[in-house]
Design a protein. Structure first.
Lengths: 276, 595
């Protein structure tokens, strides 16, 4: 497969009138305008004797993007998974759109949240179109395929060309685009992204990050992004939460972190990442 | 069950013989079974190709022990010696005549059957039941009405008692105890005894001046013995000989019944444990040493009649009793020789014997001997002549395999899915099911008898148990190891557990599950040949009979179709395996390019 010809040229994507005119994928903002879209209050999670989350609190405002950064095992993925109840907190309160997730049915809750994980997790035995249509199809939406086509367009994968392919027939970057499209196709107002670009090479990664930034500007979703890459966090998020051993060391805009690192550890992290 | 009961009596292949080293081993595992048969298959195909235009060769009288010529079974028309008018009995059901899997038992059972048929009873033959435990358990349960048994076996193997040295005493003892305990009746002995016969080559006997076991004991240290595995372990075998005679051979090699006589003839061993009426002794002219201290227990042969027969059909018991006292050792040895050495069909030999005794009309017309053409073309014509029973046996075989496989599938797949939900318990349960796999087939079949009797039901049950492990293991691991990223992301996007199972885990696990089904099916095709031991029929019938009668062609008439069936099942399920493999799964050599 010829990668260079398959990868959509970003310029053509953004100049594609369909992209700019797409309006069927509306972002629903049914939460109170003043409250946070995602909220964690003193959340505690134990795995045996290991304290994965140690009374963590975090707010994500509607339409904003917050990145969770930290080393492996710092608790960032666990915190993200508390919001779609892939993990249930032992203590504390987790809210999505102002509602306690404990009261929500996990399956309904998950269908309302966009989710992308590292390596995408596309179903290998489903075509790209069927994969992307998953969430609207689960909801019984008769226009699921149409939504999937639009979402594919949004991420720069022409549906006519890629919709009928199998996941293994796509490149790594194309698969992550498809996974992103799957998260968008359900018209979710919140995207939970767990290292979505972590497995990509630098060039492909920059491409997909660029697409994502443009999508954010277009759709204004609420984004919670887990990454171990501080540069990616600074690039894609409005605010960055630095996590270490189950605690949040500091939350702030990239500028705030640069100007006033709360701990020597945060300062060191930024120096190492070359974003200080 | 005492040790004694587990011991196989008189010359029949014991359970361990089927699972131990040597000939039986090939039939103990499906894999080996298939391998052995492949070589045979190649020869056969070659022969068929070369047979070419010769066409089918009719072989008259080439009927198996299980399917006697109907003419032999026809009641005599106005028999001249039919002094006592038979009150044409109209039995409610056919009388089930069983045998154990060795030549003498086949012959006696067939004589019982033909005699009963000549007296107007209808008969259902169940030849070749696997062991004393199986045959006797079936008799007690009323699933078998009569089979030939030996008093010594009754005492040692069934009652677990030390046999008295006198034959008459032994008979009185078993007759009394069996009748009282189980309502089972020992008919008066047939007239011959088939006890152990320690046998040597005539040259050995002459050069060492051997006539008795006492003589042998003096020189035994210089000789190599070839004894059956059970003889070596039995109190009335080698151990007893050591105690009674001080007989201690220089070395002892365990040998199966089927190869003992050849080994003695070839000089591989110097002394073997034979049986008094073995046709092979006559064939090779071996010398039987006299049991001068009367050590070996009496083994008088007799018809053993089950409670239902005794109660409901006294006429049949009376008919069987006509044989009492009519067969001496010389006669029996001669009958055994005709079957074991000359490869005459059992029904013919049995009819002949009854005719000579004046009990029936004798040999049926048209039942000549099978032309003993050697080589592959002889085998092909033999197989061709047997095509009808072979087809029936193949159908029965497929029924056994199919039913057990379906039942196994219905249990293993849901159980595998359930275990995936409680992984803590999974390994333990799967290991426990795996232990079933290690139970020797014949032992598992024997274990079924007290619970389920004989026939198709226990056979299918045993095969079902064998099929569980591969299907359970593959279902569990297939579902557990299904693409973890795909499963977790599908769950995180809102698939419920049922949808995950239906749309993700089962489709992704399907090829692995099918591979388990395929393994189970091939194992079952092989193992089902042992179902013949408990009267379930199938392609094991000619294999068991052929082994007992030293008839290679008869063995092959079951083994070749069984091997073909295994290959066919494997190929068919292989195709199915590819068919259920979901589209889109990455195939080797189709890896996507790297960005």
């Amino acid at each position: 497969m010829d990668q260079t010809s398959d990868r959509p040229q970003l310029s053509t994507v953004w100049s594609d009138p369909r992209f700019l005119e797409t309006d069927s994928l509306t972002i629903t903002t049914d939460q109170p305008a003043d409250g946070p879209a995602l909220s964690a209050r003193r959340v505690l999670k134990r795995y045996g004797s290991v304290l994965a989350l140690d009374e963590v609190s975090l707010d994500v405002d509607p339409g904003s993007s917050v990145a969770l950064v930290g080393e492996s095992g710092s608790g960032k993925t666990t915190l993200l998974r508390c919001f779609n109840r892939m993990v249930d907190a032992d203590e504390g309160r987790v809210e999505v759109g102002g509602a306690d997730v404990r009261r929500a049915d996990p399956v309904d809750l998950r269908r309302s949240l966009g989710y992308v994980q590292q390596e995408g997790g596309l179903l290998p035995h489903w075509t790209i179109l069927r994969n992307v249509a998953l969430v609207p199809w689960l909801r019984g939406d008769p226009a699921a395929e149409e939504a999937a086509r639009e979402a594919l367009d949004l991420v720069g994968l022409a549906p006519a060309r890629f919709g009928g392919r199998w996941p293994h027939e796509l490149s790594g970057g194309q698969r992550q685009r498809a996974a992103l499209a799957r998260a968008l196709a359900g018209s979710a107002s919140v995207l939970l992204l767990d290292e979505p670009f972590g497995a990509l090479d630098a060039i492909t990664r920059a491409d997909v990050q660029f697409t994502f930034t443009a999508l954010r500007e277009r759709l204004r979703p609420t984004v919670l992004l887990v990454t171990h890459d501080l540069r990616e966090a600074f690039r894609l998020a409005d605010r960055v939460a630095v996590m270490r051993t189950g605690r949040i060391e500091q939350v702030g805009t990239p500028d705030e972190l640069r100007r006033a690192p709360a701990t020597p550890w945060v300062a060191e992290l930024m120096t190492k990442a070359g974003v200080a | 069950m005492s040790d004694r009961r587990a011991v196989g009596p008189r010359g029949e292949p014991r359970a361990s013989a089927w699972c131990g080293p040597g000939l039986g081993h090939a039939f103990a595992t499906a894999g080996a079974h298939v391998m052995v048969c492949l070589a045979v298959l190649a020869t056969t195909v070659f022969a068929i190709v070369h047979e070419g235009a010769a066409g089918p060769v009719e072989v008259a009288g080439a009927t198996a022990a299980a399917t006697p010529d109907p003419a032999a079974a026809a009641p005599p028309v106005e028999g001249p010696d039919d002094a006592v008018p038979q009150e044409a009995p109209t039995p409610l059901r056919p009388i089930v005549v069983a045998t154990k899997p060795f030549a003498e038992s086949y012959i006696l059972g067939e004589m019982f059957a033909q005699l009963l048929e000549a007296r107007g009873f209808s008969v259902d033959r169940r030849p070749g039941l696997g062991a004393t435990e199986i045959a006797f358990a079936a008799l007690r349960r009323g699933e078998v009405d009569v089979y030939p048994e030996y008093t010594g076996t009754g005492l040692l193997a069934i009652l677990g008692e030390e046999p008295p040295s006198s034959g008459g005493e032994a008979f009185r003892r078993v007759a009394a105890v069996f009748s009282e305990r189980w309502g089972v009746r020992w008919l008066p002995p047939l007239g011959f005894e088939n006890t152990y016969a320690v046998t040597v080559r005539p040259a050995t006997a002459d050069s060492l001046d051997l006539e008795t076991l006492s003589d042998l004991a003096e020189v035994a240290g210089r000789l190599t013995a070839g004894f059956s595995p059970d003889f070596i372990g039995r109190a009335d075998g080698l151990e007893g000989l050591r105690a009674a005679y001080g007989l201690d051979p220089g070395s002892v090699r365990p040998l199966l019944q089927a190869v003992k006589y050849q080994a003695l003839a070839a000089g591989e061993v110097d002394v073997i444990d034979g049986y008094a009426t073995d046709g092979q002794i006559a064939r090779y002219g071996f010398r039987v040493l006299l049991d001068d201290r009367g050590f070996f227990p009496p083994y008088d042969a007799a018809a053993l009649a089950g409670p239902a027969l005794v109660r409901d059909l006294p006429g049949a018991v009376a008919a069987l009793a006509e044989l009492s006292g009519r067969l001496d050792e010389g006669t029996m040895r001669e009958l055994n020789r005709r079957v074991e050495v000359d490869a005459e069909p059992v029904p013919v030999v049995a009819a002949d014997a009854l005719g000579r005794l004046g009990l029936t009309e004798g040999a049926p017309v048209g039942a000549e001997r099978v032309p003993s053409a050697g080589g592959a073309s002889g085998l092909v014509s033999y197989l061709w002549a047997r095509r009808a029973p072979t087809l029936d046996q193949t159908r029965r075989h497929m029924l056994l395999v199919g039913l057990s496989l379906l039942a196994g599938l219905a249990v293993a797949v849901p159980l595998g899915l359930a275990l995936e939900r409680v992984r803590g318990a999974a390994e333990g349960v799967i290991r426990a099911v795996g232990v079933l796999q290690t139970v020797p087939s014949i032992a598992l079949l024997a274990f079924m008898i007290p619970l389920l009797g004989i026939g198709v039901v226990p056979a299918v049950t045993a095969l079902f148990l064998y099929s569980l492990f591969p299907m359970l293991r593959n279902t569990y691991t297939g579902v557990r190891d299904a693409d973890a990223a795909a499963v977790s992301s599908a769950r995180a996007l809102g698939m419920n557990e049922l949808q995950l199972l239906r749309y993700v885990r089962l489709p992704l696990a399907a090829p692995v599950i099918m591979a388990g089904v395929r393994t189970a099916a091939v194992i079952n095709v092989g193992t089902a040949t042992l179902a013949a031991f408990i009267g379930a029929g199938g392609l094991g019938d000619p294999i068991v009979a052929g082994l007992a009668l030293s008839d290679t062609r008869m063995i092959l008439s079951g083994a070749i179709p069984a091997a073909l069936l295994a290959l066919g099942v494997d190929a068919g399920l292989g195709t199915l395996e590819r068919a259920v493999s979901p589209a889109g799964l990455e195939k080797p050599g189709r890896a996507p390019g790297v960005a």
